[in-house]
Design a protein around this ligand. Structure first.
Ligand SMILES: [Zn+2]
Length: 72
C-alpha cells in the first residue's frame, strides 16, 4: 500500500522574519523581529518571550535559536 500526496496541495509556509528576545538587563527585555516588528519593553524576560512566540504564530515568522540574546 502506498500513499500519494500532491505537492501542490501542501500549505505554503513562507516565513518572513526571525524573531528573537533581546535581554538588556532587569526590566529591559524586548522581542524584535527581522521583519520590522518590535514588541513592548517588558519587565519580565518571560513576557517578552511570550510576545515573540505570539508574533511567530500570528505572522508565521521563525523563532530564533537561541531565542534570548544578550545586548541592546
Ligand atoms: Zn516577524
Amino acid at each position: 500500500m502506498s500513499i500519494a500526496v500532491a505537492v501542490d496541495d501542501l500549505p505554503v509556509l513562507s516565513a518572513v522574519g526571525t524573531v528573537t528576545v533581546h535581554d538588556s538587563g532587569v526590566a529591559r527585555s524586548c522581542a524584535r523581529c527581522s521583519c520590522g516588528w518590535t514588541g513592548k519593553r517588558r519587565l519580565l524576560k518571560a513576557a517578552a518571550e511570550q510576545d515573540a512566540w505570539m508574533h511567530s504564530i500570528h505572522q508565521r515568522c521563525v523563532v530564533g535559536v537561541p531565542l534570548v540574546r544578550p545586548g541592546n
